[in-house]
Design a protein around this ligand. Structure first.
Ligand code: 5GP
Length: 190
């Protein structure tokens, strides 16, 4: 998506370790008009799939998923970071390894908000190694819901998540695909 690529070129900051900072329009300050364009682009691909729920992960997916929820006209659920025990079995729980923070954490979704009859589209800001999407896929599987696919803003194609998950059959629509990021701060799109 040209609009997002241009914005990344203009305002994105390449950091050591293959991390792209997009705090000025996506991850901290949020350009909601841009979010609406992202949502429309995902809707152009998945709009005919009768999606009943969008599922994202705390925290940075929430903003884009909320705007997408307006376009898809369905509820948005976010997997919450949690240390709560699942004593009464009311939760789905999975473990995610954070790429940017280098730690492992649990996320939960209440059984009330992911139902077997749901048709779920995953939404996230970045796809890198695929751990966040793995976790979301696992929650959908636990719920017995139908997984429609994933709408991603930025995919870093030099990391293995996208290829691995597509090989497993997940339909992924990434709106900006980065082939390489260089130490001099430049980047290349696919
Ligand atoms: P994965 O689980 O695919 O390795 O990484 C996806 C998650 O890590 C996303 O939810 C995102 O929050 C974070 N992430 C991965 N790479 C980047 C990056 O280059 N920049 C930013 N800002 N976040 C990233």
């Amino acid at each position: 998506m040209r609009l997002l690529e241009e914005r990344i070129r203009r305002d994105g900051k390449v950091r050591p370790g293959g991390v792209l900072k997009v705090d000025s329009f996506l991850n901290h300050q949020m350009d909601v008009r841009l979010f609406m364009e992202l949502a429309r682009a995902w809707h152009a691909v998945f709009g005919s799939e009768n999606v009943t729920k969008l599922l994202t992960i705390e925290a940075s997916g929430i903003g884009i998923a909320c705007v997408a929820g307006l376009v898809f006209d369905c509820p948005v659920v976010f997997a919450k970071k949690s240390k709560t025990l699942n004593i009464d079995g009311s939760l789905y729980r999975t473990t995610v390894e954070s790429y940017t923070h280098g730690n492992i954490y649990d996320v939960i979704v209440s059984r009330d908000y992911l139902l077997p009859e749901d048709r779920v589209l995953l939404i996230d800001d970045f796809l890198a190694n695929g751990a966040a999407l793995d976790g979301l896929c696992d929650l959908v599987r636990q719920a017995g819901a139908t997984l429609i696919g994933a709408g991603i803003a930025v995919e870093k194609c030099f990391q293995p998540g996208g290829e691995r998950l597509r090989a497993r059959g997940l339909r992924i629509e990434s709106l900006a695909k980065i082939r390489a990021m260089h130490d001099d701060g430049t980047l290349e799109f696919c």
